[in-house]
Structures are given as C-alpha cells and as structure tokens.
Design a protein around this ligand. Structure first.
Ligand code: GN1
Ligand code: MG
Length: 384
C-alpha cells in the first residue's frame, strides 16, 4: 500500500468523518487513480469510506474535476429525491466534504484527495458473467445519461480535453510509431498494421458531430463494466462510479465502451485471444438495457451508429494501449512487462469480432427501436 494507515488517518481527519480509522486497504480498481477503502469506528458502528488520490498527471485540473462531480452528483441526488426513490446513497455517489466545506483536500505533499461514502452490498466485476449483467450495465449508464439531460448551470468542464477525439488518438499513435523511442515497434508490427489499416474509422462520429447530425450530451466517458456497482444479492445495478470524465461528449462513446467491456466475457488483458469474441446474446441484452433508459432521448442518427460505436471505441482504447506501450508505459498503470501490448491485442481481437458481426448487431438495434416505437404509438393511441 503506497499510503500507510497513519498517513490515511491524517488525511481522513480533514474530512467530515467522526471516527477512528481501524484499517485501510488498497482497492485494485482502475488504471489511473489510487483508491483506498477505510473502515472507521464511528460512534461504536463500523462505517466504511473511500479515499481516493486523484492522478494529477492525467487530470491536470482536479478542482474542475471536483466541480463537475459535485454538480453531477447533486443533480442526480435531487432528481432521485424528487422521484421518491429509495436507497439513494447506494444509487449515486456521495462526496464527503472536508471539515471546512470543500469537496477535496490538498495534502502537505501537494496530493489531491477526495472521500466518498462506501456503497455497501455491491460488487464491481472485471468481466461479465451473464447476459443479465450486460442488461444491468446498459440500463444503469442509460439512466445516468438520462438523469443528466437537464443538468443546469451550463457546459461541464472538459476534464481531459479531446478525450474521445479518435482522430487525435490516431495521430498520437502515428507519432509514437514514428518516434519509436523505446525501440518497441518491432514487437508490435501486426498491431501497428492493424491500426493503420483502419484510419477510415476514426472520423465517422467526429464528422457527424461537426455537421450537427449528432448532438453533444453530458456523458460518462468511461463506461467500463467495472464502473457499475451490482447489488451482491439481487444482481441489480445500483450506481455508476468513476465520475472524473463526466463531461460534454457523445452518447455513443458511452455505449461503445459498454460494448467493449461487456460483450466479450473476458478480461481486458486476456492472453488467450481465442476466447475474445463479441457474443451476440450479450450484445442484445446490453442494447435492450441501454435503450430501455436512453431510447427516449436518443435521435435516430445516434441509434443508427450503436454497433459501429462498439467497434470504434474498442479500436480507440486499443490504439491508446498501443500508443502507451510504444511510449514507455507512462499513462496506464501496468502490472507486467508488455501489459499494454497484451491489452491492445485483446482490444484489436474484439474489433475484428465486431467487424464480423456488425451488420447483425445493428439490425438487432434497429428492430428493437422499431418495436419500442410501435409500443409507444399503441400507448399514445390508447391514451387518446
Ligand atoms: C482508464 O482507470 P480506469 O480503469 O477507470 C482510462 C479509460 C480507459 C480505461 C481502459 C482517465 O480508466 O479511458 O478506457 O482505463 N481512464 C482515463 O481500461 O484515461
Ligand atoms: Mg476511469
């Protein structure tokens, strides 16, 4: 554990937690921030909190990150309260303020910390185990987007500019290949070729957005399956986490990353590539779940690119892993040599599998959409 309990105790004292730390442990989740869960004795009860150190190399403006997080969580909580929802502190993240009312604390070492209520009785999984879990993820992220369609207060900060700018991501990869600073390009020849052959993909959504065919929305931008908390007893999605990249984006980036992280029931760094495959039954559940909560506000143009977005975002993250591998593994935390190359290979294998099935995937989405349209027409007819 990079931070010891004693240091965490000192950090935790800055927040509105009125207990003694009993123990703390590192949560091995995500490639970017450092996350700890800590158990406190608070008035004789054991209570847990999450303490998280924001990676300032990645998030250059952590104050802006926290402004976004506060606006988003406050808005969602208010809406859930107005709707009379139950279990609200398990359905949306709750930021614990510091003792002087700030959303974060800057430590003596200049590190940037924030604290959340620990959501009990949920789990986050690295790989999907059943189609129902994909349905849950789709529903949860669709609901998240839908709760934020009326977020007041103007545009959110772009916490990482051009985050899903696939054209720039492609350019960054080309640069890393040209530089080949670590002399690693020779061990990634097939992957480099794979990427360079797909230059045609990178402008599709960007161009549609630039032409006004696809709207900008408030999106999550990191809709990895492990960012959905599933109730350990019922399996139901309770809340979505990792709100650092919630900012202006495209709804399809979110759906695309769900396709990437749910439709192959394998880990992101699976070494046995024969196991990596887009499973149509899982995709179907994912699309159903997502359209059940987001279908009402999405436009036909957005819906028509849902299968494509899965391919594009999988390709994008694959390119990012490859770029980081070629650039000396400075961005994504790695746990073994060539880890980023392994992750890239897994993504590209999935891209191939989506390419083979993209038509039937989109056909399914189109059918779902027609079904929903028919149903709502019938309902409107009944009502009149
Ligand atoms: C990073 O740290 P984590 O796992 O939440 C990355 C995402 C990638 C993902 C790939 C800020 O997310 O964009 O899709 O790794 N987050 C950032 O696993 O770059
Ligand atoms: Mg993240």
């Amino acid at each position: 554990m990079a931070y010891q309990e004693k240091q965490l105790q000192e950090i935790s004292r800055q927040f509105q937690i009125y207990g003694e730390i009993l123990h703390a442990e590192t949560l091995k989740i995500g490639h970017i921030n450092e996350t700890y869960s800590a158990t406190y004795d608070q008035g004789g009860m054991r209570v847990r909190y999450i303490h998280q150190k924001i990676n300032k190399g990645v998030f250059k403006n952590p104050v802006a990150v926290m402004k976004n997080v506060m606006r988003v969580t406050t808005h969602i909580r208010r809406k859930l309260e107005t709707a009379g929802a139950r279990d609200i502190t398990r359905r949306s993240l709750v930021v614990i303020p510091t003792r002087n009312g700030q959303s974060h604390h800057v430590g003596r070492d200049g590190e940037f910390w924030r604290t959340f209520v620990f959501v009990e009785g949920v789990q986050s999984l690295e790989a999907v185990q059943s189609p129902d879990q994909a349905l849950q993820a789709g529903r949860a992220f669709g609901e998240f987007q839908s709760l934020l369609v009326d977020l007041p207060g103007g545009r959110l900060h772009e916490t990482i500019p051009a985050f899903h700018d696939t054209r720039k991501r492609f350019g960054a990869l080309q640069q890393a290949i040209a530089k080949d600073h670590y002399n690693r390009a020779r061990s990634a020849r097939p992957e480099i070729e794979f990427a360079l052959n797909r230059a045609g993909l990178v402008g599709v959504i960007l161009d549609a957005m630039a032409k006004g065919k696809i709207p900008e929305r408030v999106t999550h931008n990191d809709t990895k399956f492990n960012n959905v908390m599933l109730d350990t007893l019922t399996g139901e999605a309770k809340c979505v986490v990792d709100l650092d990249t919630v900012m202006p984006g495209c709804a399809l980036y979110d759906f695309g990353d769900m396709v990437r992280t749910t439709t192959s029931p394998t880990l992101e760094d699976e070494l046995d590539l024969s196991k990596v495959k887009m499973h149509l039954p899982i995709f179907k559940q994912l699309a159903e779940g997502y359209l059940s909560t987001a279908g009402a506000f999405l436009t036909p143009a957005e819906k028509s690119l849902m299968a494509f977005s899965g391919k594009l975002i999988t390709f994008e993250i694959g390119m990012r892993f490859l770029t980081d591998f070629l650039s000396g593994d400075t961005y994504f935390r790695i746990h073994r040599p060539d880890h980023n190359l392994d992750r890239c290979r897994t993504q590209f294998k999935l891209v191939e599998s989506i390419e083979q099935q993209e038509k039937v995937m989109q056909k399914f989405v189109d059918g779902l959409d027609r079904g929903t349209a028919r149903k709502s027409k019938r309902r409107a007819g009944q009502g009149s």
